[in-house]
Design a protein around this ligand. Structure first.
Ligand SMILES: Cc1ncc(COP(=O)(O)O)c(C=O)c1O
Length: 398
């Protein structure tokens, strides 16, 4: 029997996709399903994006493009960075890829040798563990339970960094929606400054999706000397409602950006011209769609939280960004629903889907089996319906 490479034994298909598939199957069987599972923004970009693509189509060069990204795209991203207060970067600091996921994968390849340690907090975005596994790195998991608002403390970070090659930070967070305040970022940045041998990847793809006037803050602004080892990761997927267009970015020290360019030259060659035009238009054109969506998501966050807070026993830190809520539902463990025993988060999500047609992702997919993730981007009426069913399910537990 011919064998696949050893790394494929470590590669796992996405747990989130598995839930989404189950929900899709039930829907196809005629069940009335409300899906809170996939982290998709559920809106389309403004008309100017489509107009830019039509124009690009008419001017198609038909040629290979730049491995780094077209100049127009690099400049558009530089402007986007400046709007977030990140100045002083040039085209040489930027590289692009097929979405943030591709960029993160390439970064893992570029920065981590087998056995190297990559540290990140739990709950984490599922792909972090999978990418670490594929490249043979060791994940150092830093537990951040609901009791500490799912946030990493400076002391925890300080203890975790010796021996760590890469610290991966995600703010705002998927799956919790938590956002670090300016003071919290400054305190973590002070710790990072004490550990000069650690690369810092900031997966900030939800940086435009912040609520309550909290603002987006980052390590480089807090401690400018960190710029030499901070890598910002960004994407048009969530902010602009363009997950299928597949454009991601890094802003990084030049050698890291150059490493991405080298990888691209061997993997993807370039981002297609039409997609480049769409991304440039999204980044530089009118920002009313993302602005309006952010306000809408904040209202939906309130809608979800109101329901979670009204369920006795459920603990739910208040998210301030992205479009996720991550309640701790462990009070349900040991109970049953219509005779179906609920021993853990997976049982809970399966029973909820079967009984009420509501699909959520079990927290164990994100390393935190006491919780589950609700992605709340579906239409408001559907959200209300799904939340009501969720509350009913809890009320029916015995
Ligand atoms: C934290 C985080 N990083 C990266 C990604 C990947 O985004 P992209 O669609 O740009 O690959 C996601 C997508 O869900 C995410 O939630």
């Amino acid at each position: 029997m011919l064998k696949l490479a050893a790394r494929m034994g470590r590669a796992k298909p996405s747990a989130i996709m598995a839930v989404a598939e189950k929900a899709k199957k039930l829907k196809a069987e005629g069940r009335d399903i409300v899906s809170f599972s996939i982290g998709v923004p559920n809106f389309l970009p403004g008309e100017h994006v489509y107009a830019a693509v039509r124009e690009a189509l008419d001017k198609d060069s038909g040629q290979y493009g730049s491995n780094r990204g077209a100049d127009a795209l690099l400049d558009a991203y530089l402007k986007h960075l400046e709007e977030a207060g990140l100045t002083g970067y040039t085209r040489k600091n930027i590289a692009t890829g097929i979405g943030a996921k591709h960029v993160l994968y390439n970064l893992a390849e570029a920065l981590l040798d087998p056995g190297d340690i990559i540290a990140f907090s739990v709950p984490y975005w599922t792909t972090y563990v999978d990418i670490a596994d594929i490249v043979g790195a060791q994940a150092r998991l830093l537990p951040c339970p609901a009791e500490q608002n799912y946030k990493l403390t400076p002391a925890q970070l300080d203890a975790a960094l010796p021996g760590t090659k890469v610290f991966l930070f995600n703010n705002p967070s998927n799956p919790t929606g938590m956002v670090y305040t300016k003071e919290e970022i400054a305190a973590l940045a002070d710790v990072l400054a004490k550990h000069p041998d650690v690369w810092i990847i900031c997966d900030d793809i939800y940086n435009r999706m912040v609520f309550d006037g909290l603002g987006y803050h980052n390590f480089v602004n807090a401690r400018p000397e960190l710029r030499d080892r901070v890598i910002h990761v960004d994407s048009i997927s969530k902010t602009y409602g363009m997950p299928g267009w597949r454009v991601g970015f890094i802003a990084a020290p030049e050698p890291v950006a150059q490493a991405m360019v080298t990888m691209n030259s061997n993997h993807i060659t370039n981002i297609p011209e039409m997609v480049t035009a769409a991304a440039v238009a999204a980044l530089t054109g009118p920002q009313d769609v993302p602005t309006q969506k952010n306000a809408e998501f904040q209202a939906k966050r309130d809608q979800v939280l109101a329901v979670m807070n009204a369920i006795p026993g459920v603990k739910c830190p208040r998210p301030q960004g992205a479009f996720y809520v991550f309640p701790d539902i462990s009070c349900a463990f040991g109970k049953s629903h219509n005779g179906v025993a609920i021993g853990n988060d997976v049982d809970f999500c399966n029973a909820l889907l079967q009984a009420k047609g509501v699909a959520c992702v079990p927290g164990s997919a994100f390393g935190e089996p006491k919780g589950l993730r609700i992605s709340y981007t579906c239409p408001t009426a559907q959200l209300a319906d799904g939340l009501q069913r969720f509350a009913e399910f809890f009320a029916e537990l015995a």
